[in-house]
Design a protein around this ligand. Structure first.
Ligand code: PEP
Ligand code: CO
Length: 480
């Protein structure tokens, strides 16, 4: 492997050792995967190394440019998908319903915020899960925890780590993305087609009227655009949809990391006469966007070491255990050149803690050289997970809404911009989170609880959240 520094090399080379795609291996690592059959792991890894990129630098740089707009307050970011994507979700209906839901939500958000919406799916690779405990009790027997389909299976007999899953993850990602690309190219996002808003479930008549009014307003706007011929460039027919996952399993991520021509640097270099090598950057080609989880963002740890060298836009989960000094240290390590939009801070405190923690984090960042350079994104899911009296993991819609509402209010008070939301959702009618306009309660959870990890918003709850955010931007704060 070439001993080139990563694209985010510090100007002070005495303090920052050189980065390589494998330099993370010299650092302490959390959530490590220890396989019994190392030989098979190496075989899988060399296979991965030969396989072509799943996404390209041109697409990655396009997303980075869009995220720059989000950081500057000119666009909004919608990111969503399953907590743990399963290989089984690589199936026509599951993929299609999630794309449709994200598109529909983004339409509502465009209408509400009057800004373009950047869409990132937690899809086509969200296969590795950090766990609080390496084992769990299944029928009273201590069993290795399910760590995501890239590592082991959910069935009790499949809990041993299986090296063949590394390659399987690549092919499931590639097939999922292939179908997403095909669907979009074939017009799944074509707004000339009527959309099914399905508001029949909304029980409260006042809410029903409010949501119906939003839908009418969106439908009228679309009709107007078509009538006046505002769609000459075909913008109503297609959209961008980017992919993302948590960059947890570094052995996998390393093998999909490639030194490739950077389309933005190449443009600059043509004018300044630099060498071809200077115009290359290390890209993680397994997804457009990767994030570091709350459990693996130690400043001197393996994950941050890996992330500091890739040219992709990246996310960092920030929560109650993030100190202001760690927050700044993370930004300085991951983005020493203060690239606008490079880092998305995904905040997840919980409804009861956000008020006491977020203002300090905002002041820390916005009072530093990173002011106006980050995307602030609210993840109202991960600080609000709880168990019912019968031990079912759930989240209440009101808690999710409350964290989002507080986050919006705090950013307004601090003069910063809440650039986006990060949600766990599915296009299916699951019953995993309580509340929402369908009025799901704890007794309903068992009706269709299919998540093998965290509880997701179902399609109605997710769309409702989009309506509420849109309403907020349209000046209906009191209702959010
Ligand atoms: C997740 O996004 O599924 C996750 C595990 O989040 P966090 O790292 O914030 O706990
Ligand atoms: Co989760």
């Amino acid at each position: 492997m070439a001993q080139l520094n990563g694209p985010t090399k510090s100007t002070d080379s005495t303090t920052t050792p050189p980065w390589t795609p494998s330099s993370w291996t010299s650092k302490p690592i959390k959530q490590d995967a220890i396989y019994e059959d190392r030989k098979s792991v190496e075989k899988s890894l060399s296979k991965l190394e030969r396989l072509p990129p799943i996404v390209t630098p041109t697409e990655i740089e396009k997303l980075k440019a869009s995220l720059r707009d989000v950081a500057l307050g000119k666009a909004f970011l919608l990111q969503g998908g399953d907590c743990a994507e399963l290989f089984d979700y690589c199936e026509e209906n599951a993929i299609e319903s999630k794309i449709k839901l994200l598109l529909q939500m983004s339409l509502v958000l465009i209408w509400g915020s009057n800004k373009p919406v950047v869409r990132i799916a937690r899809m086509a690779g969200q296969y590795a899960k950090p766990r609080s405990s390496p084992t769990e009790l299944v029928d009273g027997v201590e069993t290795p925890s399910f760590r995501g389909d890239i590592l082991n299976g959910f069935e009790v007999g499949e809990r041993a780590l299986d090296p063949a899953r590394l390659v399987s993850a690549y092919f499931h990602s590639a097939s999922t993305l292939n179908f997403i690309r095909g669907s979009i190219a074939s017009g799944i996002a074509d707004l000339h087609r009527p959309l099914d808003w399905g508001l029949g479930h909304v029980r409260d008549p006042e809410l029903q009227t409010k949501y119906s009014n939003i839908v009418s307003s969106i439908t009228d706007s679309l009709r107007f655009m078509r009538t006046v011929g505002a769609d000459t460039a075909g913008q109503l027919q297609t959209v961008d949809l980017f992919t993302s996952h948590e960059g947890l399993l570094l052995e996998y991520e390393q093998r999909l990391t490639r030194l490739l021509r950077n389309p933005t640097k190449s443009l600059v270099s043509r004018a300044s006469g630099t060498t071809a090598e200077d115009t290359k950057s290390y890209y993680n080609t397994s997804a457009h966007f990767l994030w570091v989880g709350d459990r693996t963002r130690q400043i001197d740890g393996a994950h941050i070491e890996y992330f500091r060298g890739i040219a992709n836009p990246i996310g960092v989960k920030i929560g109650p255990t993030t100190s202001p000094s760690d927050l700044l240290a993370l930004l300085r390590t991951l983005n020493p050149s203060v690239e606008v939009g490079k880092i998305t801070l995904i905040t997840r405190y919980g409804a009861s803690k956000v008020r006491s923690l977020l203002p300090t984090h905002i002041k820390t960042v916005e009072g530093s050289e990173y002011a106006r350079s980050v995307v602030w994104q609210c993840d109202p899911m991960h600080g609000n997970t709880r168990s019912t009296s019968t031990g079912i993991k759930t989240r209440q819609f009101t808690d999710i809404l409350s964290e989002l509402q507080e986050t919006l209010a705090i950013h307004k008070e601090e003069g910063s911009y809440l650039g986006g939301v990060h949600l766990e959702l599915t296009g299916e009618a699951v019953t995993e989170c309580t509340g929402g306009s369908e009025g799901l309660n704890e007794d309903d959870l068992s009706l269709n609880y299919t998540s093998f990890c965290d509880p997701r918003l179902n399609e109605k709850q997710a769309l409702e959240l989009a309506f509420l955010i849109a309403g907020h931007y349209r000046g209906e704060e009191k209702q959010l």
